[in-house]
Design a protein around this ligand. Structure first.
Ligand SMILES: [Zn+2]
Length: 292
């Protein structure tokens, strides 16, 4: 994740509140990719900066139901869309929107598919539906290098998704033999799972799939933001977002986030933030006045 430079911080302190925000930019242009593919031996290895932000992220994971007893599949191939189940549903609006956003931001990615009423490809004792079957999963194909995962291309995408998991509503990311889970953090895939070296599997939370997270409600996903406060986030017209803790009291008077939106992420360790202590959004809080 890009961090503000000292110059940017100095300028921010000298500007009015709306100009004072230069924290993590969820819709920054995609980082430049160095030429020359790199297949790092072993699994996806996020840098310490990603691990630090990931430690602040929590997204409820809601998995699909078992296939039986309400449904059945006519093929044992987990990739055959051969199942029927009342829970199967086409891609949610947030799923489709994030798929488009990511393929525009990282143009070397190609579409790997969204909806398919099928069972989970990981072999489990009780077969259950894939998250693709319930409309909340995206596969993004990453060109391989020498038959292995290209970490130069795949890692920036996977890292960015984890760093912005609460902001977007990401409940799980699977890439290059490793996963990130919104409740349990990072882990290695079991031998019963595909290694995911040629594609990144992304799952949205229920709120994300329904476009109820700040990434969608701010308009950041289609670059159509208007400057406003959202919960404890300040969204600027260019779709950059910053924690209100960095902007002072004006932003803290912002309106309450939508009822089902998750708390915004904490993007900066307390020791690095000279701003007043941030107020945490609480579901029971009374609506506050709109910010101006
Ligand atoms: Zn997938």
């Amino acid at each position: 994740m890009r961090r503000p430079s000292l110059l940017a911080l100095s300028l921010a302190l000298a500007l009015p509140v709306v100009g004072a925000c230069d924290e993590a930019l969820p819709t920054d242009p995609a980082p430049a990719i160095e030429t020359g593919a790199i297949a790092i031996s072993g699994a996806w290895a996020p840098p310490q900066s990603t691990l630090d932000v990931a430690a602040t992220q929590y997204v409820p994971v809601v998995d699909p139901p078992a296939i039986s007893p309400l449904g059945h599949c006519t093929s044992t191939n987990p990739f055959a869309c051969s199942c029927t189940h009342p829970a199967c549903t086409a891609a949610y609006p947030g799923t489709a929107a994030l798929d488009l956003f990511l393929r525009q931001r990282y143009q070397y990615l190609s579409a790997g598919g969204l909806y398919c009423c099928r069972q989970n490809s990981a072999q489990t004792s009780v077969p259950k539906l894939s998250v693709h079957a319930i409309g909340r999963a995206i596969d993004l194909m990453v060109p391989m290098t020498n038959g292995d995962a290209d970490n130069t291309k795949g890692d920036p995408v996977a890292n960015w998704l984890v760093e912005n998991a609460e902001y977007i509503g990401i409940q799980r990311v699977i890439w290059d033999k490793r996963y990130w889970n919104g409740q349990r953090g990072f882990g290695l895939l079991s031998s019963a799972s595909l290694p995911h070296t040629n594609h990144i599997h992304v799952e949205l939370s229920v709120a994300g799939a329904n476009k109820q997270t700040p990434f969608f409600t701010s308009g950041a996903y289609n670059n159509s933001c208007t400057a406003h406060c959202e919960g404890t986030l300040l969204i600027k017209a260019n779709c950059s977002a910053t924690d209100c803790a960095n902007t002072g009291a004006q932003c803290l008077r912002g309106r309450r986030p939508r009822a089902r939106a998750p708390p915004p992420p904490s993007r900066r360790p307390p020791s690095r933030s000279p701003a007043p202590r941030r107020r945490r959004w609480r579901r029971s809080a009374r609506p506050r006045a709109s910010c101006t």
